[in-house]
Ligand binder design. Structure first.
Ligand code: TYD
Length: 425
């Protein structure tokens, strides 16, 4: 096993193509220059942009500099986040770190951009150093970058997706792994020069670790009063978790599997107006028991990010608070159903009950739960607020009264940071 591992960033740790290529296209369109074919365009990911503009778009140095300026006009506010950690990279880095390896990144990206990506995508905590060019010398040689963080290259390997990475490793006296899942266009002769080649992240894991480490699952629940917007944001949460490198599973309560979906129909049907609060609470708990057993627990064991639209906090708030059964009683009803499978993060879309009622009146016909009166929703709101106050380590509170776009922006800004801060990813 190598003691020092130096990773390239774009095309090796993260699939940054989406944001980079959209921003290159934006720059070329603004310049009125033709956009190259996709096979050529993808070569822009990784190497310094000025060179690529000159090489692939026949620009002068001055035109290329203007291209870079325009690229940044889109990349800085939007493009950097259109990025995805390759699935399998996070558990690989975590396991290498656990085994005492020292991990570095050496990238041609500016230091500022590299740090922003590494921090947002929660990779910084695995790293012992980041080598990136200073703004003054944007063309620093990669070999120098490697040596700047890792001066003793005995027992060192550079992992990268372009020939530049392999050559830099050779110059710095390190071994190299050429990864083929990124953006490099390799010839057989070039690949010969690398110490190893890896077609996939799993193959890379075998080279560096001798095994493919398992991902640990993350359980996220989405909560809030009816009309809080969580169902709209659920696809955004899924995208964020996929960008962080997870396979995801979306589900909902009550429901999520066939028995629980049948219980859902019983619970929400307006034909069952006579249902007692205790029956209602027990049915929600029963639906949850089957859902945890059939869907949630297996997906978490498989290392997925499980995103559940409502979970046990809804029972505590609606039946404990709204129906006045009491928080303790409802929590007890749920113990067997939850079976210790509590969310790691609960994203709470906070709205007050007046806003909830207003939003629901303008939506579809009310189900049985939505037929309850304003006092019920006021008690439910209070119970949610109490849960949020008592579980700050689990609750990520967002302002659900804002527009869809504003809530998405708050979610994108806060969810990855919350997961990293709590050591969940
Ligand atoms: P649904 O149509 O899924 O509403 P929403 O989109 O707001 O989640 O209906 C679920 C209803 O069931 C909702 O009014 C909240 C309620 N509920 C409870 O009262 N207790 C629970 O444990 C759960 C999961 C939901």
């Amino acid at each position: 096993m190598y003691r020092n591992i130096v990773f390239d960033l774009d095309g090796t740790l993260t699939d940054s193509g989406r944001g980079i290529l959209a921003s290159v296209t934006y720059a070329l369109e603004k310049l009125g220059a033709p956009v190259p074919a996709p096979e050529t365009l993808r070569l822009f990911v990784g190497p310094p942009l000025t060179g690529s503009f000159m090489k692939y778009c026949c620009m002068t140095e001055a035109q290329a500099a203007e291209g870079v300026r325009l690229f940044r006009e889109r990349y800085v506010p939007i493009g950097w986040r259109e990025n995805r950690v390759y699935p399998g990279i996070r558990p690989l880095m975590r396991e290498l770190k656990n085994r005492g390896c020292r991990l570095y990144v050496a990238t041609g990206k500016s230091r500022e951009s590299a740090l922003r990506v590494l921090e947002y995508f929660g990779l910084m905590s695995y790293l012992d150093g980041v080598a990136a060019p200073d703004p003054k010398e944007m063309h620093a040689e990669k070999a120098k970058l490697i040596l700047s963080v890792c001066p003793d290259t005995a027992d060192t390997v550079m992992v990268g997706d372009t020939m530049g990475d392999v050559e830099a490793a050779e110059t710095a006296g390190a071994d190299s792994v050429a990864v083929l899942y990124g953006y490099g266009a390799w010839t057989e002769a070039q690949l010969e020069k690398a110490t190893f080649r890896a077609d996939t992240v799993a193959a890379l894991s075998m080279i560096l670790l001798g095994e493919v480490p398992a991902e640990k699952g993350v359980f996220l629940s989405l909560e809030g009063l009816d009309g809080c917007g969580k169902t709209t944001q659920r696809d955004r949460v899924k995208e964020i978790m996929e960008d962080l490198g997870y396979e995801t599973l979306l589900s909902r309560e009550p429901g999520g599997c066939s028995i629980s979906e049948e219980i859902r129909s019983l619970l929400l049907s307006v034909a069952h107006g006579e249902m007692t609060p205790t029956t209602e609470a027990l049915l929600y708990a029963a639906s949850r028991a089957q859902h945890v057993h059939d869907v949630i627990a297996p997906a978490l064991r498989a290392g997925k990010a499980v995103i559940c639209d409502r979970f046990v906090d809804s029972s505590v708030a609606y039946q404990g608070g709204g129906r006045s059964l009491g928080v303790e009683t409802v929590s007890q009803y749920n113990e067997a159903g939850v079976h210790g499978c509590m969310p790691d993060v609960t994203v709470y879309f906070r709205i007050d009950h007046e806003t909830s009622l207003r939003r629901r009146y303008s939506a579809s016909a009310p189900d049985r739960m939505e037929q309850a009166d304003a006092a019920f929703f006021a008690r439910t709101e209070r119970a949610f607020e109490q849960l949020a106050a008592e579980n700050p380590n689990r609750f990520l509170v967002l302002d659900g009264r804002r527009t869809k776009e504003e809530v998405t922006a708050e979610l994108q800004e806060k969810l990855p940071a919350f997961l990293t801060e709590k050591g969940l990813i």
